[in-house]
Structures are given as C-alpha cells and as structure tokens.
Design a binder for this molecule. Structure first.
Ligand SMILES: Cc1ncc(COP(=O)(O)O)c(C=O)c1O
Length: 369
C-alpha cells in the first residue's frame, strides 16, 4: 500500500456535481469579480466562524498585510511574531513597511507563551503582535495573550491559516479574536481550488478599512482614499469555497479521527505525539509528533521505504531564514524553534483517509525499531 501525506481530491460526490453546475452558471452570467457569490460566501463564513465581520481576499498572505494595515500598523512599527511559523507571517510584516521581531516558542506546546510575549513586549515595545495558531489547534495560552496585549495596548492579530474550525472552551476561536486572518490554500482544511484568503474582525472600523484596502483603497468607484492592493477574492474561488463550507464539519471530523487514531494506537517510544490543550477542539489539520533531531533522518528513510508520505512542518526557524537578514529588528531565541524544526514529523492526515490507510500507517510506525 502507498499512503500519501495529503490527498486533496477526496471530495463528496454531491460536492463535485454542485460545483460543476454552479461553475457552468457562472461562466454564463459573467459575474467573475464581485457579484452575489462573494456576499454569499462572506455571510456563510461569518456564520460558521461566529465572528462579527468576515471578508474574502486573494490569499492568506495578503490577508495578514491587509489586517496589519487596517488595524493601524504603519511604516517602521515593530511587530512581534513567533519564530516558528510559515514565512508568510514574517513576509507580511516587512511588506507593509513594518519591522518583525521574532519571539521563541515553547518546546512543550510549540506555540508562543504569555510569559514570552510579556518579555518581548517589555524588551521591544511593539505596536502589534501576530500570534499563529499552528497545526490545527489554538495556541494554548491564547486567552492569556489576548488579555496581555489588551492591557499593554499592543494590537493583536491572529494568523488562523491553519485554524479554521478550531474551538476554545467550545466557542469558535475566531469569536474572541479582534483581528484574524486565514488562508484557503488548497491544502488547508477549508481549501479553495487556487489561492484565496480571509480576514475576520470584531471591529466594524477594521472591517470597513480592510474592505477598501483590498480593493485599491476605493472609497467610491473612482475615488481612492488609501494606497491598497488588488486582493479581491474571485467569484470562481468563492463558489468552490461556499460549497466546501457545507461539507467542512464532516471533513474536520474525518481529520480529527485520523489524529486521534494515531495518538491512541501508535506506541513507539521514538515518537512523542503533541496535541491541543484540554480546552481546545482541534480541526485535524496536521498530526504532529516530535523525535530527537538525531533519530528523525532514519525514520524518514523508513517511511519512504514503506511508501508513507510525511511532512516536517516547519523545517526552519524564521529568524534563521536567509531572507530575514536586513529585515529582522531583533529576536528572543533560546534555540527552541530551531530544535522543533529539526525534530517535528507529520504523518499522513487528510479528510476521508480510509481505515486501511490509517491502520497501515499505525502498524508500520509501530514496527519501526
Ligand atoms: C501559518 C500560515 N500563515 C500564512 C499562510 C499564507 O497563506 P497563503 O499561502 O494563502 O498566502 C499560510 C499558508 O500557507 C500559513 O500556514
């Protein structure tokens, strides 16, 4: 048997039929940019995530840029980011003219802690901070970090590219987020068939500015109140996404089950599974285990030999990327992000993985010596 790391093509049959029908209708009505499907998707997204305002945009990186600007981040402002994230978080800060400062993450739960944030706020006096909810969980100290940033007057933006469908204390993660963003890159839990992204906020002011920024700073059709971008969500992607959203909970249940099966049945001391904290409901985006940096290369060779796909999300700290030089304002590092990058291993996990595939991964990993 061959098990891929991810297979994004396991659609529900009625999903494919409906998307095909709606795409044909779109090709006939010509509402390619804007139009009713954008509003339909944004309303469904707002209802699903239980936030006040939800906007579609072109991709998850633009979403962070627009969110930073709409929330008030300006040229040369300092912005804290975790040292363990996807590069887009770093890039977005630089692209709006602000300066990223990286903060090391916890070796236990792999996210930022409130104590590290406090230290970084005191040391760097930032205007804003981005926390990133990785792997399909919420950062375990999210509520403390939100409170801390509010007390210290630091604008908090939450990168939820991997966290659609995640809950804290049975409430949508996005309900309590002042400004948050997501990516609908095809491999995400809510994936488009191309690039797309989303911005969420509880603030009507932020929502209004963000909506203008992502459409050439338009205040009316030919009046431009801001220097913005063209980051509009296309109607075709909105169609694909609005239909995907109808199946999202079933897809997440399937992913959650894969993660749960691995945690329950893989009994190999070479791997230590990491999961969400007790008050968090994961979305099953990734299965995450840690190994020692010394033991990981041989395990990867073993997986390859047995035709099992794998990931190492992410294999490098942000502060160590060649592109960081000349842009990073400062960092707090204890070497944790670098250690995690060399230790993390992700086993196959995607919606509608078969029981035979999951069992094959479990048996193969259990036999590894
Ligand atoms: C944590 C994180 N932030 C930002 C992004 C950027 O999203 P996109 O690729 O849609 O620009 C991604 C997706 O790859 C991500 O995983």
């Amino acid at each position: 048997m061959k098990v891929p790391f991810i297979d994004i093509l396991r659609y529900e049959k009625n999903f494919l039929e409906t998307v095909t029908e709606r795409t044909a209708a779109l090709l006939k009505n010509g509402h390619f940019v804007g139009g009713p499907v954008i509003a339909e998707f944004e309303t469904s997204l707002k209802n699903y995530t239980k936030t006040e305002f939800a906007l579609g945009c072109a991709n998850g990186t633009d979403a962070i840029q627009v969110a930073l600007r709409a929330a008030g981040v300006e040229k040369n402002d300092r912005v804290l980011i975790p040292d363990m994230t996807f590069w887009a978080t770093f890039e977005a800060v630089v692209n709006v003219g602000a300066v990223p400062y990286t903060v090391d993450v916890s070796k236990e739960h792999l996210h930022l802690t409130a104590a590290a944030m406090k230290e970084a706020i005191e040391k760097f006096n930032p205007k804003a901070a981005i926390i990133v909810h990785l792997y399909g969980w919420a950062a375990p100290e999210t509520l403390e970090i939100r409170k801390l940033c509010q007390e210290k007057g630091v604008i908090l933006i939450e990168d939820c590219a991997q966290a659609i469908g995640v809950k804290i204390n049975d409430q949508s993660l996005l309900t309590g987020a002042f400004v948050a963003t997501t990516s609908f890159y095809p491999a995400k839990v809510l994936g488009a068939s191309g690039d797309a992204g989303g911005i969420f906020t509880t603030s009507s002011q932020v929502s209004q500015v963000a909506n203008k920024l992502l459409n050439h700073g338009r205040t009316s059709h030919y009046e431009h109140g801001f220097i913005g971008w063209n980051s509009r969500l296309g109607a075709y992607e909105a169609t694909f996404l609005v239909e995907s959203l109808k199946h999202l909970e079933a897809r997440l249940d399937s992913r959650r089950e894969v993660c749960a099966q691995y945690r329950m049945h893989i009994k190999n001391s070479a791997l230590k599974f990491i999961g969400p904290s007790a008050n968090v409901t994961e979305n099953g985006y990734l299965s995450v285990a840690l190994m020692t940096p010394e033991s990981r290369p041989a395990f990867i060779e073993y997986l390859k030999k047995h035709d099992i796909g794998y990931g190492t999300v992410y294999p490098g700290a942000m502060s160590e990327q060649p592109g960081a030089a000349g842009h990073i304002g400062g960092k707090i590092s204890h070497g944790n992000a670098d250690w995690i990058a060399k230790s993390v291993i992700n086993l196959p996990c995607f919606a509608y993985m078969t029981k035979a595939e999951v069992d094959f991964v479990i048996e193969t990993v259990n036999q590894y010596k």
